[in-house]
Design a protein around this ligand. Structure first.
Ligand code: SF4
Length: 387
């Protein structure tokens, strides 16, 4: 069977998620006010409270008239989630929050703080989820084992960034803000293209979050047609490809969407993206011991990316309880990196984050949901593919 993770196939058939103010753009807030006979110029004030101040209660919007505040509080929800638990690791530099959405779904979001150093300013990066679960089903990923439940709305996506903007302000008691957003949490972002793109527009809009498009990176398992579509958009966001294997034979098993969009088609779409945006594409490669970490595989990867404006980001595999996949030893990771670099392609090793708080996406949710389904399809119960 050919895997189809397009938005159409997996659009939720269940009842619609109730709208929230968070997730509305300026035009939509104006329309909401106009419908109620309220002055539309209040929309800018409301947007500031939602996206800059992060308020979750209309009564806190102190420059609105009392009557409007009360009306908003009674008639529409502001925030799309409530926080179930937040955990910290890495000396408080990493925070993972589990959020409960209106329909009871749970979703994870992560903040990674990087203090300033000689080469870079301080960064606060939020890794957002775009779906509840994921249909792609990569066998090394905790989210993949949970399957897809539904797409997140634009409000549920941007709400994750607003949440951590608030937390940063509370924690650092200054004007610290989220500086970068990466769509690398739960889900395949390009399978939820419309909502992801609406969230990106809200992130970028000066009257909303006001984050530069170049500070946003969308990661995909390789939906080639959607990569091409992304390249035509007006905002030039960064693109990351979850590659994880340099040959179709291996990638068909590690990233099953490859059966539909094989590597040659994926690389073609990346070339087009580079031509359209002039932006370098980042290739994410989670190193798994004795699976994809040989020097020969590094050479194959280098040949594959030859001539493409590309960067390789090697990822130490997060340990998932009961998983068949083991992290590559550090020495082998460095040898793999050197092989890629020797071919003239820039290659870095991503710092490990959040191992103590179920750092890999989907792990915390799987643990807390403890659903029979999650347990039944846990990595330990799957058969090891014939490598
Ligand atoms: S690695 Fe990404 S694409 Fe693969 S199953 Fe997990 S969330 Fe989905």
């Amino acid at each position: 069977m050919i895997l189809d993770v397009s938005s159409k196939q997996f659009a939720s058939t269940k009842k619609p998620i109730p709208p929230t103010l968070v997730g509305m753009n300026l035009g939509e807030i104006r329309a909401l006010l106009a419908e109620r006979g309220e002055p539309v110029y209040r929309a800018n004030q409301i947007a500031r409270w939602l996206y800059r101040e992060g308020v979750s209660n209309a009564n806190d919007m102190s420059d609105l008239p009392c009557s409007l505040r009360e009306r908003l509080a009674q008639e529409i929800r502001i925030s799309p989630y409530e926080v179930v638990v937040e955990r910290t690791a890495d000396n408080n530099l990493t925070r993972k929050a589990l959020l409960r959405l209106a329909d009871g779904s749970l979703v994870e979001t992560v903040l990674m703080r990087y203090p300033a150093n000689d080469r870079q300013r301080a960064r606060n990066t939020v890794c957002v989820s775009s779906q509840v679960g994921c249909a792609v089903g990569c066998p090394f990923c905790a989210t993949g084992f949970l399957g897809l439940k539904r797409h997140l709305t634009a409000g549920e996506i941007i709400g994750q960034v607003i949440y951590f903007n608030q937390r940063l302000r509370q924690l650092q008691a200054n004007d610290a803000r989220v500086t970068n957003v990466v769509f690398m949490g739960e889900g395949e972002p390009l399978a939820n293209f419309q909502n992801v793109w609406s969230a990106i527009e809200l992130l970028n809009a000066p009257e909303c979050v006001g984050l530069g498009a170049r500070r946003v990176t969308v990661s995909t398992s390789g939906l080639a047609p959607r990569i091409r579509e992304l390249g035509t958009k007006s905002l030039e966001v960064g693109l990351a490809i979850s590659l994880h294997a340099p040959t179709d034979d291996l990638r068909n098993r590690l990233v099953p969407v490859n059966r539909k969009y094989p590597i040659a088609e994926l690389i073609d779409a990346c070339r087009e993206y580079v031509a359209q945006t002039n932006r370098r594409v980042s290739f994410e490669y989670a190193l798994m011991r004795d699976v994809n970490d040989s020097i020969e595989q590094a050479r194959t990867l280098a040949r594959l990316l030859d001539g493409l404006l590309a960067h390789v980001n090697l990822i130490p595999l997060n340990r998932v309880e009961g998983s068949l996949f083991q992290p590559t030893p550090w020495s082998r990771m460095l040898a793999f990196q050197k092989t890629i670099q020797a071919s003239g392609i820039s290659c870095t090793v991503r710092s490990e984050r959040g191992d103590a708080i179920d750092g890999a996406c989907g792990q915390l949710r799987a643990r807390l949901e403890q659903s029979p389904t999650a347990n039944a399809s846990s990595p330990a119960r799957r058969e090891l593919p014939d490598w």
